[in-house]
Design a protein around this ligand. Sequence first.
Ligand SMILES: Cc1ncc(COP(=O)(O)O)c(C=O)c1O
Length: 390
Amino acid sequence: MSGVVTFDGAPPPGTINLAIGQPSADMLPVDLIRNASESFFNEAQALEFNYGVTEGDSRFLDSLARFLSKHYAAPASAEQLFTTAGNSQALDMAAVVYAKPGDTVFVEEPSYFLAFQILRDHGLNIVGIPVDDDGLCVDALQQQLGQHSPAFLYTIPSYHNPGGQCTTAERRQQILGLAEQHDFLVVADEVYQLLYYFDPPPPAYGTMTASNRVVSMGSFSKILAPGMRLGWIQTSAELRNRLMASGFVNSGGSINHFSSHIVRHAIDQGLLESHLGHLRIAYRSRVAAMDAALKKHFTGLAQWQRPGGGYFFWLKFHDSVDTGKLRGKAAELETGFQYGAVFSSKGNFSNCLRLSFAHYNEDDIQEGIARMRPLFDDARPIATTLDGSV
Ligand SMILES: Cc1ncc(COP(=O)(O)O)c(C=O)c1O
């Protein structure tokens, strides 16, 4: 079908490209969106199609506040919320509103590679802070604060892209303490916060806005559909006022007003709630399939942790492996991965790669990983525990 392709372009027929970090077609709830749209159109008045107020439609923000109060297990109010077109747009806006060209921003090392470009588009200098299995390394953050005064820290606290880990609750508090002490903002990309498949992650930064240091970005891309292009920022009154004063929203009004009507109906009718339950069950099974396939084919060759949520496994190979050089061969074998160095602001992680379990079913995941194995026939072994994890 022309016009229906993935963002990265459709992979060649037969290829299982585990680089693709997007939902498969069966995870996109067409009936839900149809039902919510019908419900909206059945009662829509002409003025719904006018510009919306800068922060977003108050009925949508009320519904979202109820949804977040439940799912973040902490009271959220419409006054903390601002409608966005998803986390990419929200980060772009944060880079304009909360920083100026030439400022330094901290990112995690590794981090979501497409965020680097958004930040660089605005003339920001990127400084990477290492992460470990417990998330952002606070000691390293503290050390870098001795040398830089960042406008903000961009962090992916839950089910990191690409690492899959969560920053612990204790570290989140410590990071916030440093933000207060050193006067920088924590711009938290909480796009995977609700996509947990086992235990819930630590509390979202969205529940910590009283500090006046937090800009929590949430999105319907992963819990509903990326094509809705709808998300939100949860923050303090003062920081929200700065968003509302931006030239962009003053000219265009509520960002993606139309989608916010549809999603309001999806929330109010409980459709989003049940879809989230469905996603958790479906992705949990894909996590298990990927973990099992990795144990079968990569034990002794790679280290990884089974993620508790999100979309990704992050594999580390022996230092002598360069995953970037294996991409062409992977395509010949009709498989694919996202190579490690792309996730670094300074070219690190060439011995790592990221696999997504969002775009393929269990059988394809197993087959894609089996096809990948010959690429690493000559790789030197790496120490692993018995279950294949680090
Ligand atoms: C960490 C992270 N942030 C942002 C995005 C994009 O989010 P959105 O579709 O809400 O713009 C993604 C998508 O893969 C992501 O993984």
